[in-house]
Design a protein around this ligand. Structure first.
Ligand code: HAM
Length: 423
């Protein structure tokens, strides 16, 4: 019997993991230098967190959640996204007391039972941020500017920031009504999914890509025409500040997003390298969510990037695999193996080099085969501890770079000698 990973849930293999680590470490550096602190919430939440948070009629809640009952018949769900759990945690632990405006970030796997295809999997990974405690348009601007900076730090270019505003809760309601009126005599022109959406979540008809639906929506009312003065001003402020900062965006009036918690600013970042699943990230404001989930009223804005899609978009101009400083310790016999272990620890402590990797052989391989292993690992330096070396209490250091030489030194000089070669 050969086992395989679960459909739509992929292994990240040792030969690929460096790029994930590189992106994660660039994100941590970027975000922490802007005052964001990491939060780690569990993979499992009570299902109600997502029904309440994301919305009962959304695609995620109706069709895409991995939900099951535990032994006590409690309904649990593997998180399909990070915002609702973070709001749950924010309220549960009164995180608002830490600081009036809290900047949080998270990195981790999310789970959605979608049909797998390029750029769409059932376990995928997000890097996300949530800024909780501000209604100001400048929070939206800060988040978008920081997002733009992060994508550049990943080495990405060619992406498009699509921007829209949904207005506040009552603007959304008014707009929902006027869309329903508009569609009253056009239901038959819509695709089957959109016909269902009209009753439950009519805004989603706006971003349906099917030809029949885009045709039917051609004369539809504009979301911005239904907006109250406060929301219109908020949106103007966001747009003019982004322009002043030189951050390019495309105002996209049909952008509505698939999660119910959004109000006011919404955005999506697309990349042309991706095909149909072209959103590498998305986000927006969710000013009612904290109150709706039982907390005090607090403004909030955030986004999440899909790491699998970022990596797809990076193909072609991917970050360069960082150069490792590999030192290989080749030993013969038990006593030499023990000595090799001591030397490897003193090299790690003494050298303090970036990307230092000290490798040792653990078996009974011959010196020749250990040299081959060193070569395969692209070792820059090999330290040999054979019988002669053990007798003379010395070791041989071989500089593996082209034209490199070999020296014999006393064990206490090993750190100095290797530093001379590598630095
Ligand atoms: P979302 O648009 O559902 O938003 O997901 C954000 C990003 O996650 C997408 O743009 C995409 O890159 C990636 N993604 C989503 N589903 C999949 C999938 N099945 N396979 C691969 N990648 C996927 C949210 O999750 C919100 N919580 C974002 C947010 C944070 N809004 C405010 N704060």
């Amino acid at each position: 019997m050969k086992y395989k990973s679960v459909k739509g849930m992929d292994d990240i293999l040792p030969q690929d993991v460096w790029l994930w680590q590189e992106l994660e470490s660039r994100a941590r550096k970027e975000l922490e230098s802007s005052g964001y602190v990491e939060i780690r919430t569990p993979i499992l939440e009570e299902t109600a967190v997502f029904i309440r948070g994301i919305g009962e009629t959304t695609d995620i809640v109706t069709k895409e959640m991995f939900t099951f009952s535990d032994r006590k018949e409690r309904s649990l769900t593997m998180r399909p996204e990070g915002t609702a759990p973070i709001v749950r945690s924010y309220i549960e632990h009164s995180l608002g007391n830490i600081s009036p405006v809290l900047r949080l970030y998270y990195i981790g796997p999310m789970f959605r039972a979608e049909r797998p295809q390029k750029g769409r999997s059932r376990q995928f990974h997000q890097i996300g941020v949530e800024v909780i405690g501000s209604f100001s348009p400048y929070a939206d601007v800060e988040v978008l500017a920081q997002l733009d900076k992060l994508l550049k730090a990943f080495g990405l270019s060619g992406y498009v920031i699509k921007l829209n505003s949904l207005g506040c809760k009552s603007d959304k309601l008014k707009f929902t009504e006027s869309l329903k009126q508009y569609l009253a005599d056009k239901i038959n022109l819509l695709c089957e999914d959109c016909r269902n959406r009209v009753g439950k979540n009519v805004l989603r008809v706006l971003d349906c890509k099917k030809e029949s639906c885009t045709q039917a929506m051609r004369g539809a009312p504009n979301i911005l025409d239904n907006m109250c003065l406060k929301c219109a001003r908020h949106f103007e402020e966001v747009k003019s500040s982004l322009k002043a900062l030189g951050i390019n965006f495309q105002e996209t009036k049909n952008l509505v997003r698939g999660l119910d918690y959004y109000t006011a600013t919404v955005f999506e970042i697309t990349h042309p390298a991706l095909g149909t699943q072209d959103a590498i990230g998305a986000g927006g404001r969710y000013d009612n969510l904290i109150k709706d989930m039982g907390g005090e009223c607090a403004g909030a804005v955030g986004y999440a990037l899909g790491l699998e899609r970022i990596i797809l978009a990076l193909k072609g101009h991917a970050a360069r695999k960082p150069d490792r400083n590999v030192i290989y310790i080749a030993t013969l016999g038990d006593a030499a193996r023990l000595e090799g272990l001591k030397i490897s620890e003193s090299l790690k402590d003494g050298l303090a080099l970036p990307n230092l990797v000290v490798l040792r052989d653990m078996g009974e391989a011959s010196l020749k085969s250990q040299m081959r292993s060193a070569d395969r690992q692209n070792a820059k330096v090999v330290i040999i501890l054979g019988e002669d070396e053990m007798k003379e209490k010395k070791l041989t250091i071989k500089d593996m770079r082209p034209g490199g030489s070999q020296v014999s030194v006393a064990a206490e000089l090993v750190v100095e000698e290797v530093r001379r070669i590598l630095c």
